[in-house]
Design a binder for this molecule. Structure first.
Ligand SMILES: NC(=O)C1=CN([C@@H]2O[C@H](COP(=O)(O)OP(=O)(O)OC[C@H]3O[C@@H](n4cnc5c(N)ncnc54)[C@H](OP(=O)(O)O)[C@@H]3O)[C@@H](O)[C@H]2O)C=CC1
Ligand SMILES: CCCCCC(=O)/C=C/[C@@H]1[C@@H](C/C=C\CCCC(=O)O)[C@@H](O)C[C@H]1O
Length: 330
């Protein structure tokens, strides 16, 4: 008999999630039926969207926490997935899972000798978000200025590096001096500032006196409103996420938004969900693997140890204490 540990949402979040909002349950799993496999989590992902699922009413009190994990098959009654196979799947915040519908798991992308956890970071959902959000939505040209916020995060750090590969000038910001040092010195972004300690408008005027062609926005809210006047004519904005609003309590802030600037500068804003390019993930992963092996894409992981630490890892995303991709090693 296998005992699984599984996190549920006990109390819907109010503001920034708290450890008390979660509850860890223990469940005895049944024996496998024909066609089923038993997955044991190796690495689990925590991501900002999990917070927004509560605001959207998609996660309620008592719901199992959702999310991707890299797992190993430890028991199998399926020929397609023998014992020892590594897989990735949206299996939730749980240590062991019986999978009956095998479309819920997939083989990992080819990763050579890279750590398996990268299938949740640069080789996985966050890396693909950076890849497609930048290349498909913004389509930056060599010499153009690309601005990215949350620049030391899982998505932002990859956005900036791909923009550098494409010959762009990268302006990025992050919320601590350590993060700024990493993205400036190790990742080679051109202009970096700590948005918490500067006047954002002044920092942008200084960083991009001729204006910004491409803005990859992970934050939205006042940050985005402040950026509009610094955009160039026909500037492009990829709306990737809204870190500044996920923990908002009550009605969402309504502005001010410089709408006239959007019209006058003929800006293009486009929201996206990375699954739009699901069919193109494989070649993108091949290119990402190559860039990582060539040292053109560097990555940082913020590792938490033990499934018990999942709420802590998740909360770190909203405290800004994470560096790169937050991963829980089971
Ligand atoms: N559209 C899509 O398909 C996808 C969108 N996303 C979005 O991409 C964004 C980045 O995700 P991800 O890279 O995983 O997360 P990160 O690794 O960037 O972690 C979140 C970071 O956001 C910053 N932050 C936290 N709270 C605030 C706040 N109130 N205002 C401004 N910044 C804040 C912190 O960095 P700092 O120290 O710089 O403040 C924190 O470290 C999110 O908005 C996410 O929802 C992610 C995946 C897919
Ligand atoms: C729901 C707000 C999402 C904010 C941006 C973001 O981080 C998106 C991440 C997606 C995530 C979406 C999960 C559920 C969305 C709601 C249901 C649905 O339409 O499927 C997950 O799919 C990985 C990222 O693509």
């Amino acid at each position: 008999m296998v005992r699984s540990k599984a996190w549920i949402l006990e109390t819907p979040f109010h503001g920034i999630p708290k450890e008390d909002d979660f509850k860890l349950l223990k469940e005895d799993l049944n024996d496998l039926k024909d066609g089923e496999v038993l997955c044991e989590a190796l690495y689990l992902s925590v991501d900002p969207y999990m917070r927004s699922l509560v605001s959207l009413g998609m996660l309620k009190a008592g719901s199992p926490m959702v999310g991707d994990q890299v797992a190993i098959i430890t028991e199998s009654k399926s020929r397609d997935y023998p014992v020892g196979t590594n897989v990735i799947g949206r299996l939730g915040w749980r240590s062991h899972t019986i999978v009956s519908d095998l479309t819920h798991i997939k083989l990992l992308p080819p990763m050579d000798d890279l750590p398996l956890s990268l299938a949740l970071g640069p080789m996985g959902m966050t890396g693909m978000t950076a890849y497609f959000g930048l290349l498909e939505i913004l389509d930056p040209k060599p010499g153009e200025t690309v601005l990215v916020n949350s620049g030391a995060g899982a998505v932002g750090s990859i956005v900036g590096q791909i923009a550098k590969i494409k010959g762009c000038r990268v302006v990025a910001c992050a919320g601590s001096e350590d993060k700024c040092k990493w993205i400036k010195e190790d990742l080679g972004f051109d202009v970096v500032f700590n948005y918490k300690t500067v006047d954002l408008g002044e920092a942008l005027s200084e960083a991009a006196p001729d204006g910004i062609e491409c803005f990859f926005d992970n934050v939205a809210g006042d940050f985005m409103s402040t950026v509009f006047p610094h955009m160039k004519l026909y500037g492009r904005i990829a709306c990737c996420g809204t870190m500044s609003t996920y923990n908002a309590v009550g009605p969402q802030p309504s502005g001010p938004h410089p709408y006239m600037t959007i019209v006058f500068k003929q800006l293009r804003l486009e929201g996206f969900m990375v699954r739009r390019w699901w069919g193109k993930w494989s070649p993108a992963q091949v290119e990402m693997l190559q860039w990582i092996k060539e040292g053109k894409i560097k990555y940082k992981e913020c590792l938490f140890h033990g499934i018990e630490t999942m709420p802590k890892g998740f909360i770190s995303l909203f405290e800004g204490s994470n560096f790169g991709k937050v991963i829980i090693k089971a």
